[in-house]
Design a binder for this molecule. Structure first.
Ligand code: FES
Length: 146
């Protein structure tokens, strides 16, 4: 390959690459959920969640756990390839490739590479309970309601 030809192809490749990156950056604003930017979830009445139970919120792909002290929220998305987890007797199971998690979200068996994410739960300005999927917290952290 001649030098002039190589430089020309490299320049075209660089311009194409830059254009693709710019286009992706521009399009991300229209698809915030695909870009990993998650919206806060407002729980209208936390008392509707049964005590000592994980309740699946299908529209948000997470489980809400409520006990006598408070509320926690954990992702229902498998850390392997993103399938939605099902509740098992003592944790969560992935129907796709069989990963198992404890009720604390720890990986018990793979192929899941990491534990589940627990989300921040707090009180909004109007007193309603707010789940923030954009902010992770330790599994033992819960929003105290009592
Ligand atoms: S997507 Fe859950 S184990 Fe593969």
């Amino acid at each position: 390959m001649k030098r002039r030809s190589f430089i020309g192809k490299a320049a075209i490749g660089l311009v194409t690459f830059t254009g693709v990156i710019a286009a992706i950056t521009y399009l991300r604003q229209f698809f915030p959920r695909l870009a990993g930017e998650k919206r806060r979830i407002i729980l209208s009445d936390p008392r509707k969640f049964p005590v000592d139970t994980f309740t699946f919120l299908e529209e948000h792909n997470l489980y809400v756990y409520r006990d006598h002290e408070g509320i926690k929220a954990v992702s229902a998305i498998c850390t392997h390839l993103g399938c939605i987890l099902e509740k098992s007797t003592d944790g969560f199971e992935c129907p796709c490739h069989g990963s198992c998690y404890s009720s604390n979200g720890e990986v018990l068996s793979g192929p899941a590479p990491r534990d589940l994410a627990w989300y921040s739960v707090s009180s909004g300005a109007d007193g309603k309970i707010v789940i923030n999927p954009g902010k992770s917290v330790p599994p033992d952290e819960k929003f105290l309601t009592s």
